[in-house]
Design a protein around this ligand. Structure first.
Ligand code: SF4
Length: 381
């Protein structure tokens, strides 16, 4: 199949003040001494993308995530932003998201982000309640998070926030309070995630030891349903399993991921998808730096995606969209008819009441929304 040249890019910044107990991202805490080396390495990696392409990539969406990109001190942040502007050409009407943590936001930093063209900020708020934030090992307070959302929106109006639910000890009324606080703020987008206990994190160990207890699954489901109701009432449309947006503010970058459009990527642990090849960089920041500094590739593993795999992935991610997915469009893009390739799975999912089919359109049923992962893994085969 013909793969279009990607029009999106992801850049990973691994630095954080502290590694939160539940986090298993590619992150280094308390290693600000590596920042200068990182900036040189990332610029070099981005230069290589342009060299392979024989021109500066023209992109519609740029997502700078982490880690905490805004943890870079102002002078280094400026160097980084200059590097991004030099290494990418942003198309007319681009979307440029920077992830940020409330404790790093200052008026100077916001002004700098805005001046360089950042037009969307994704804030790692997680909660507006001090006790829950302490359990999650976040260092901002609930009150400061509210003030920071207001402050960011004053400079960069497209603000998204991340919220976590089902934190240890959290009740339904705690979660309702977080949702109500969020909806009173000038936000355009919310991502909600139930807390997961990933192997290798301190939360996973503490849960096994019995120091932390997970919220009961039935309460977690009720919390999820509450998010859908409260956010919908506030005009935030549920458009993907974990994502809600005001009209016109769906995250275009993530939509490109979910459609399997292809994207460039750079930084430790970052995964690119170019010309049907998924290539993932080394997760360890020090290994990543050493490899780039030695003139080696930062890629730890890569796999070529066949047209059938691309179609399966397109269906699995596409079905997570609340509006569903048009299998005819997927067929035109990949040359593979999912209705034939996954005929048995589609029939079973339909008979279990997890998906609805309407012509070439499939979508999760209200019950299926709670089993999106099961549906996706069935389609992946
Ligand atoms: S701030 Fe975010 S990326 Fe950094 S350690 Fe905490 S959860 Fe992970």
């Amino acid at each position: 199949m013909d793969w279009p040249t990607p029009r999106s890019a992801y850049v990973h910044v691994p630095f954080c003040r502290h590694r939160c107990g539940y986090c298993n991202f590619s992150v280094v805490a308390d290693r600000d001494d590596l920042m200068q080396r990182y900036l040189a390495a990332i610029d070099h990696e981005l230069e290589q993308i342009a060299q392979r392409l024989q021109r500066v990539p023209i992109i519609d969406t740029l997502f700078v995530g982490g880690g905490t990109p805004t943890h870079l001190p102002n002078a280094l942040l400026e160097t980084f932003l200059l590097s991004l502007r030099r290494r990418f050409e942003l198309s007319e009407g681009f979307e440029w998201t920077m992830e940020a943590n409330p404790e790093d936001i200052t008026a100077e930093k916001l002004a700098m982000l805005s001046e360089f063209g950042v037009n969307r900020v994704s804030l790692g708020v997680q909660s507006f309640q001090d006790r829950k934030l302490a359990v999650l090992e976040r260092s901002h307070s609930g009150q400061s998070a509210e003030a920071i959302v207001q402050q960011v929106a004053g400079t960069i109006p497209n603000v998204s926030i991340d919220l976590i639910f089902a934190a240890p000890g959290e009740s339904l009324s705690n979660w309702a309070r977080d949702l109500r606080t969020a909806t009173a703020l000038p936000i355009r987008h919310v991502s909600t995630y139930s807390l997961t206990y990933e192997k290798g994190t301190s939360f996973w160990t503490r849960r096994r030891r019995g120091d932390l207890s997970a919220v009961d699954e039935s309460v977690e489901i009720t919390m999820y349903d509450l998010s859908r109701r409260v956010l919908a009432e506030a005009g935030l449309t549920h458009y993907e399993i974990s994502n809600f947006a005001k009209p016109g503010f769906r995250c275009r970058h993530n939509l490109a991921y979910w459609r399997g459009d292809g994207w460039f990527a750079a930084g430790p642990g970052a995964a690119a998808f170019i010309d049907g090849v998924r290539a993932t960089n080394h997760r360890s920041t020090t290994t990543y730096l050493k490899r780039i500094e030695n003139g080696d590739s930062a890629i730890a593993e890569s796999e070529t995606i066949s047209a059938a795999e691309a179609a399966r992935e397109g269906a699995a991610f596409g079905v997570r969209m609340i509006d569903g997915i048009d299998l005819q469009q997927l067929h035109s893009r990949t040359g593979i008819a999912i209705e034939t390739l996954c005929a048995q799975q589609l029939n079973e999912l339909q008979s279990q009441g997890l998906i609805d089919r309407d012509g070439h359109q499939i979508k999760l049923t209200p019950r299926g929304i709670h089993f999106a992962d099961t549906v996706a893994s069935e389609l992946l085969g």
